[in-house]
Design a protein around this ligand. Structure first.
Ligand code: C5P
Length: 424
């Protein structure tokens, strides 16, 4: 089982829109929910249609808009019961005080109120109304009933209102509503992944990106690594239920959702951070970083001034991070990468042994279509001899898909019992 937390796969949201000026914000809400990967269907009350047209929501949601309860044509397409079953979440935004009253009373005289009774999905309401109507005893009584009935209320914000009043009753911004919905599904998915994911209960540490080796206060030696493979792996490991710490060299990538990122610059800093994390407990160590092989022997205290036709800078060898971690007593499951331009498999197999790794993923960086700055990759995975696992060819695919396959390979090796092979 695997989970991709970067987008929400196949979750269905019904956005219910009722009559209120905040209905214009719902157009952006639907857009943001679609951007986040949700399937969205919109239900509008008659009041809502006085503020904004169904056509707008049809275009934004990519689905016909549902407005009628007793429309034979609509019922033949997706009837109210089917619609109620389709939903993974029903979000009423804006929710007028009339709709809250109907829900609280259990009326079913239009499509939205019928849907409310017919769905078993969680129902969220984002009330929006005049501050006096919000404060009215009947509204507060209805809200208390709805909360009692298990409805989640997104509280209105305070501020200036379209009617000229100032006070509580403004619907939160659509981006904020979409964030809360996305968050809800992320948390639900994460809870499942933490229990059943391929790397559930594992702490995975990943090194990624280049290192920067200072020459003087303004100059450094580095390389073209973008860190994309390491970041994709961090996302995939998190989606598989692991706790993930990403030790990142200088790269311009966003930290994947849920991943703890520690920024470093030099190879020595990357090693120090790795050793600290090892002390704190690490089950899988994945080294994707393109660590500079050498660093400047003596970093100049001040900017080196131009002089003469030649400048010689002495370099000394950097520590091999993955090999150092692999030598520790309490070593985690060790995964290395090999980027080669020739004899790819032979060199990779050599590194697997020399660095005492459990698994190595290698690719041919002489191919322009994969590797380094590319968004795609193709790899061959080798396991240490003791695993008795055959090599795996991972066909050219996006770095996300390759990352997912690497997670599966790690899982398979972690759960592979060589004794079982000998029994056959
Ligand atoms: O020896 P080479 O650089 O080709 O080895 C690549 C593998 O070793 C990668 O997994 C890389 O992250 C790791 N490595 C390291 N520390 C170094 C050099 C490489 O962890 N100093």
């Amino acid at each position: 089982m695997s989970f991709d937390l970067s987008v929400i796969p196949n979750k269905n949201i019904i956005v219910g829109i009722t009559g209120g000026i905040a209905a214009y914000k719902s157009a952006i809400l639907v857009r943001r929910l679609k951007d986040a990967g949700f399937n969205v269907r919109v239900v509008m009350t008659e009041g809502a249609q006085a503020f904004i047209t169904p056509l707008t929501f049809q275009a934004l949601s990519g689905n016909p808009v549902h407005t009628q309860l007793l429309d034979p044509e609509a019922e033949a397409g997706m009837g109210h019961i089917e619609l109620a079953r389709w939903a993974d979440l029903v979000l009423i935004a804006p929710a007028s005080c009339d709709t809250l009253a109907k829900f609280a009373a259990g009326l079913a005289d239009d499509l939205l109120s019928t849907l409310y009774l017919a769905t078993s999905a969680p129902v969220w309401v984002a009330p929006a109304m005049n501050q006096q109507m919000w404060a009215a005893k009947a509204t507060q009584r209805n809200l208390a009933t709805l909360v009692d009935d298990g409805v989640h209320v997104i509280m209105p914000e305070s501020g200036s209102q379209a009617c000229g009043d100032v006070g509580l009753g403004r619907m939160p911004e659509p981006e904020e509503l979409a964030r809360q919905v996305t968050d809800y599904f992320h948390k639900a998915q994460r809870a499942i992944a933490e229990k059943f994911g391929l790397l559930a209960s594992k702490h995975v540490v990943i090194t990624a990106g280049p290192t920067r080796e200072a020459i003087d206060p303004v100059r450094y030696i580095s390389n073209h690594s973008t860190g994309k493979m390491g970041f994709a792996l961090a996302a995939a490991c998190y989606a598989a239920g692991a706790k993930v710490t990403l030790i990142a060299g200088p790269v311009s990538l966003d930290t994947p959702n849920g991943v703890h990122r520690i920024n470093v610059s030099s190879a020595v800093q990357m090693l120090d951070t790795s050793m600290q994390l090892l002390d704190e407990g690490c089950d899988v160590f994945i080294a994707t970083a393109a660590v500079a092989d050498y660093r400047v022997a003596e970093v100049a205290e001040h900017k080196i001034k131009k002089s003469g036709d030649e400048l010689n800078i002495a370099l000394i060898k950097n520590p091999d991070i993955v090999a150092t971690i692999a030598q520790q007593d309490k070593r985690p499951f060790m995964v290395g990468f090999a980027a080669e331009t020739r004899n790819v498999e032979e060199y990779a197999a050599g590194k697997l042994v020399a660095k005492k790794l459990d698994m190595i993923a290698c690719n041919d960086v002489s191919r322009a279509d994969i590797g380094f700055a590319s968004d795609e990759n193709a790899m061959t995975v080798f396991f240490a001899e003791s695993y008795h696992l055959p090599k795996r060819d991972l066909e050219k695919a996006s770095k996300q898909e390759i990352a997912q396959q690497l997670v599966e390979a790690i899982h398979d090796a972690l759960h592979h019992d060589p004794a079982q092979d000998e029994a056959f």
